[in-house]
Every structure is written in structure tokens, then in C-alpha cells.
Write a protein that binds this ligand. Structure first.
Ligand code: BTN
Length: 208
């Protein structure tokens, strides 16, 4: 589509089957996580698809995005729960929204759009020219492969990519050292010799 409010919202209204997908050139009301807006001007990638439910879907999507950015994948990391990071800055984000038996998976990637935030980066900034349709083709192959993996295997892949593991983080209610990711998708953090689990719906990481 040329312009849509949000590819996630559009699919939530009109999808019929698993695998239905929408790519937009521009969004006018792009949505981020936790009720944030997502800058969605020309030059970015705004893509959503309908997936079966899976509690590790944000990780499956993140891993599949990294695997599809073939030429730069060794420089990309994921930041729990679902930011895509390059050179320590945010290259893109993932928004998974559940509707009964289905989840709408939305991906936003900065390609050649102008970046408004100092902690964000685009592929243009690292001289990588990404063809959106090639990316989507490759993403869907990787996504379907990763969907069929066991939770253990998904976590094994994810923990190799996660940017926060081993780092000290501050969140809205505390601070600690990130140890790992649990099979329920929570972040395992050591806080003064105790282990706590952070859930993405409940916390917002403020410093890392
Ligand atoms: C985040 O990091 O906060 C998640 C951003 C997700 C943005 C994408 S762009 C395509 C899809 N449609 C939306 O409205 N949001 C997601």
C-alpha cells in the first residue's frame, strides 16, 4: 500500500488467513510498543503479517530479521524484548499483537528515511542499500523455519544475539545485571544476589 494508518491495525481489521501480509510505503499512525508512536515516513520498511500464536514470537521475529539482513547480520544485535540494534543504536522494532488464535507481527526498519532521534540509526547511515521485497522474501523463509524450532533452540539463537546479556540495566523499579532469557520470554536479572524475572509487558528498561 502507498499509505496506511498502521499495517498492524489494517491487518487486524481485514486479515483472513495466517500468512496474510501488508507492506506500506508510509504509515500515518504507526504504532510502537507500550503505546508509543512509530515514525513512519517514506524510506522506511513497514511490514506486518499474520502468524499463529507463539509465546516466543518477538524473539522468532527478531532472529529472522537479523538472518535476513545478510550483509550486515554480524553487526546486528537484538535488545530484549524486540529492538533491532546496530552500532548500539536502534535500527528497527517489532510489535506483536494478539487477536485470539492469531498474532499480528509488525516490523519497522529504518532504511533510507530521515532519522529524528539521536539513539536511532538507518541502513543508509552504514551505506547498506536494502531492497524491501528481497528482504521480505528472505524474512518469510527464515520466519517459517524459525517458527518450527523448539523453544530451547530459539532461546539458544536469541541469547547469542542479545545486547543486554551481561550488562547492568536500570528499569522503572530497580537495577541489576542481566543473566539470560527464560523459556517464558522473561529477562533473568541478578539483583543483589537474588534472581528476578522481568516481563516485557511490565517493565521499561531505562538505562543499559
Ligand atoms: C517498537 O520498537 O516500539 C515497535 C515498532 C514497530 C513498528 C512497526 S512498523 C509496521 C507495524 N505497523 C505498526 O503500526 N507498527 C509496526
Amino acid at each position: 500500500m502507498e499509505t496506511v494508518k498502521s499495517t498492524n491495525t489494517w491487518l487486524s481489521n481485514f486479515f483472513l488467513n495466517i500468512g496474510d501480509e501488508v507492506l506500506a510505503i508510509k504509515q500515518t499512525e504507526g504504532k510502537g510498543r507500550r503505546g508509543n508512536t512509530w515514525d513512519s515516513d517514506y524510506g522506511g520498511l513497514y511490514f506486518s503479517l499474520v502468524s499463529p500464536n507463539n509465546k516466543l514470537l518477538p524473539f522468532i521475529t527478531g532472529i529472522s530479521v537479523v538472518e535476513s539482513l545478510v550483509e550486515v547480520k554480524d553487526n546486528i544485535q537484538l535488545k530484549w524484548p524486540n529492538d533491532i540494534i546496530i552500532n548500539g543504536k536502534k535500527l528497527g522494532g517489532i510489535l506483536c499483537e494478539s487477536y485470539g488464535n492469531y498474532t499480528i507481527v509488525g516490523i519497522g526498519l529504518n532504511i533510507s528515511n530521515n532519522i529524528l532521534l539521536s539513539d536511532a540509526i538507518s541502513l543508509k547511515d552504514i551505506n547498506y542499500n536494502l531492497d524491501r521485497l528481497d528482504f521480505i522474501y528472505s524474512f518469510k523463509l527464515n520466519f517459517n523455519d524459525n517458527l518450527s524450532l523448539s523453544s530451547e533452540k530459539i532461546l539458544e539463537k536469541y541469547t547469542k544475539l542479545d545486547f543486554l546479556i551481561g550488562k547492568k540495566i536500570d528499569w522503572n523499579k530497580g537495577s541489576g545485571i542481566v543473566q539470560s532469557i527464560d523459556v517464558d520470554g522473561s529477562l533473568i536479572v541478578e539483583v543483589s544476589d537474588k534472581i528476578v524475572h522481568l516481563y516485557s509487558e511490565e517493565v521499561s528498561i531505562e538505562k543499559y
